[in-house]
Design a binder for this molecule. Structure first.
Ligand SMILES: NC(=O)c1ccc[n+]([C@@H]2O[C@H](COP(=O)([O-])OP(=O)(O)OC[C@H]3O[C@@H](n4cnc5c(N)ncnc54)[C@H](O)[C@@H]3O)[C@@H](O)[C@H]2O)c1
Length: 287
C-alpha cells in the first residue's frame, strides 16, 4: 500500500508539536516547521532554551506557544496535548524528539541510568503516542508522527548500551505503530528518524538530569568524550537533518537515515545476524 499522505503534503497552516524543542534537533524542527508556515507547540524541560527557540522562529504569539513538559511524565504530555487542542484545534505533526544519553560500560550502568534514559527516550515516545494519536485518529484528517530514534537504534555501539537499548525500543515501537496505522485505514503515518552524529547538546544531556536520578555510571567520561568529539565533527548539521526529515514526512517515508554510513552499518549488522557471524563494532556510526 502507498503511504496515506497526499503527494507533497502541504504543511501551511497546520499544527506541529515538538518535544525537546529547547535545543539541537528539536529547535531545528521548530524552525523548519515555522518556515513551512506551520503553527507551533514547543515543549521541553528547559524553559530558557524554549524561549530562544521561540524567538528564533519569529512567529506571532497567535501562532506559537511554549510549554514546560517532562515527556517521561504521562500527565505532563497529556497537558501538552490539551494545549495543542485548545490553542490550535489539534495536532497534525508530532515530533517525539526529546532524548537523553548516558555512556560507559553496561555493567556499571546504575538503576537510575536505566530509569532516566528509558523514562525519557522510550516512555517519552510512548506517552506522546498515547496522548496524541487517539485524537488524530478520531479527527481523521492527515496527520503524522515523527519519532526520533538514532543510528544507535539500528546498530549497537560499545559504551552506549543503555542509550542504544532505548533507541532500539523506539525503532521497534515505531514499526509496530506503522503497521497499526496502516490497518486503521486513516490518513495517519509515522516516520522513525535514525541519524548518526549531529552537533547538538546530546553529549551534555546530564545538564537536565533530575536530582532524584543523579546516581550515574561512574565510568562515563571516555564514552561521553567520544560522543562529544564525534558530534562536534558531525558531517551534517541539525538544520540539514531537520530539512531531510520534513521532506521525508511530506513524502510519507518511514525510515529516515540522513547519514549514508548508517545504512552501511545497519546492513553489516543484518548480514552478521543472518550469516551467524559475531557483531562488528559500529563505534563510528552512532548515536
Ligand atoms: N545529536 C546526535 O548526534 C543525535 C544522534 C541521533 C539521535 N539523536 C536524538 O535526537 C534527539 C534530540 O537530541 P539532540 O541531539 O538535539 O540533543 P539536545 O540535548 O541538544 O536536545 C535534547 C532536548 O531534549 C530536552 N529534554 C531532556 N529531557 C527531557 C524531558 N524529560 N522532557 C522534555 N524534554 C527533555 C533537553 O532539555 C534538550 O532541549 C534525542 O532523542 C537524541 O537521542 C541525537
Amino acid at each position: 500500500m502507498q503511504h496515506p499522505m497526499p503527494p507533497r503534503w502541504n504543511l501551511q497552516g497546520k499544527t506541529a508539536v515538538v518535544t525537546g524543542a529547547g535545543s539541537g534537533l528539536g529547535r531545528e524542527f521548530a524552525l523548519a516547521c515555522a518556515a513551512a508556515g506551520m503553527r507551533l507547540v514547543l515543549a521541553d524541560v528547559d524553559e530558557a532554551g524554549l524561549a530562544q527557540t521561540l524567538a528564533a522562529c519569529g512567529l506571532p504569539a497567535a501562532e506559537a506557544v511554549t510549554q514546560h513538559c517532562d515527556v517521561s511524565r504521562p500527565e505532563s504530555v497529556e497537558h501538552l496535548a490539551r494545549t495543542a487542542q485548545e490553542r490550535f484545534g489539534g495536532t497534525h505533526l508530532l515530533f517525539n524528539n526529546a532524548g537523553v544519553l548516558v555512556a560507559g560500560p553496561v555493567w556499571k550502568a546504575t538503576a537510575q541510568d536505566w530509569s532516566w534514559v528509558f523514562g525519557v527516550n522510550v516512555m517519552g515516545v510512548a506517552n506522546g503516542i498515547r496522548s496524541f494519536v487517539p485524537a488524530m485518529l478520531e479527527r481523521g484528517e492527515p496527520a503524522w508522527v515523527v519519532n526520533t530514534a538514532s543510528a544507535a537504534g539500528l546498530v549497537c555501539p560499545p559504551d552506549l548500551a543503555v542509550y542504544s537499548a532505548s533507541k532500539h525500543a523506539v525503532v521497534a515501537l515505531s514499526e509496530c505503530l506503522h503497521h497499526e496505522l496502516r490497518a486503521s485505514g486513516k490518513p495517519l503515518g509515522v516516520s522513525v528518524l535514525c541519524p548518526g552524529f549531529v552537533a547538538t547538546g546530546i553529549a551534555d544531556a546530564a545538564r537536565h538530569r533530575p536530582a532524584d536520578a543523579r546516581d550515574a555510571n561512574p565510568d562515563q567520561d571516555p564514552g561521553l568524550e567520544r560522543v562529544r568529539e564525534a558530534t562536534r565533527a558531525a558531517p551534517l548539521s541539525a538544520a540539514e537533518v531537520a530539512r531531510v526529515t520534513l521532506e521525508a514526512v511530506q513524502e510519507g517515508r518511514f525510515y529516515v537515515l540522513p547519514h549514508p554510513p548508517v545504512r552501511a552499518a545497519a546492513e553489516q549488522r543484518l548480514q552478521a545476524i543472518v550469516g551467524g557471524a559475531a557483531p562488528t563494532s559500529p563505534r563510528n556510526a552512532a548515536p
